[in-house]
Design a protein around this ligand. Sequence first.
Ligand SMILES: C[S@@+](CC[C@H](N)C(=O)[O-])C[C@H]1O[C@@H](n2cnc3c(N)ncnc32)[C@H](O)[C@@H]1O
Length: 279
Amino acid sequence: MSSVSDWLNRAQTSLTDSESPRADAELLLMHVLEVNRAWLYTWPEKPLTESQQDLLDTLLARRIEGHPVAHLTGVREFWSLPLRVAPSTLIPRPDTETLIEWTLDLDLPDAARAIDLGTGTGAIALAIKSEYPAWSVEAVEFNADAHALAKNNAERLELDVHVIHGSWFEHVTGHFDLIVSNPPYIDPDDHHLNEGDVRFEPASALVAEQSGLADLFHIIDHAPDYLKPDGWLLLEHGYDQAKAVCDYLRQKGFVNVQNRCDLGGNPRISGGQLPGVPE
Ligand SMILES: C[S@@+](CC[C@H](N)C(=O)[O-])C[C@H]1O[C@@H](n2cnc3c(N)ncnc32)[C@H](O)[C@@H]1O
């Protein structure tokens, strides 16, 4: 019978294609044993039961095939929120937390109104609501399964976010202090689509026409009709799209256009402000 540390070491050695073999193995163990990381290191000699070992070996085999850990455990933490994930949408990425950090730096009203377009798991909208309980936060999702997933995450985490089923601004009404989005932005011919976790994520969450810019430009085109004066639009995009997105924001009348870098130092979030009402 294997112990916790036996299995951890064996799993780590067999995950040769993973960029994070130790962390992957720990997450699988934490999921199956329903314990936290500290427990694993407090009780390394604990023997695994036969059924635990069978389940762990099955999950490990799927991870070796390339399935994302988050799909195997059904959970991914974003902004310290444990979000359910599913193959219907993107697994939230740590880089997207840059967008939440930017939101925290904005000087918005105490009872601001915000909307997250293409919410997927609900990650961005739920993170914002967790930081600003007094804000009115809405979210939009086109994929029916992802829409149900976002609603489920909101209910489970008891965060009052209204999740609308529809395409971008189709069913959105009124005006917002903040519009945020991490829309699909990958060029359909990008070779990264054949690598890593994205192989197991749906094209509907990843790919956009016009070299990946079509959805970003659609949102920039329509956002001015839904922003209050001085309202902000913040958009996540690809590492090589900052110039195109910022130029387009300026062209459409946005001011204070700027961008922020992701954890790897690439300009991945761009945003701008609608001009205020002249005094
Ligand atoms: C890159 S994923 C981002 C998911 C989530 N916001 C996040 O950061 O983890 C893009 C999301 O936009 C959704 N989407 C694609 N086209 C859409 C549309 N026309 N209207 C609304 N959502 C759309 C996809 O289903 C997917 O959930």
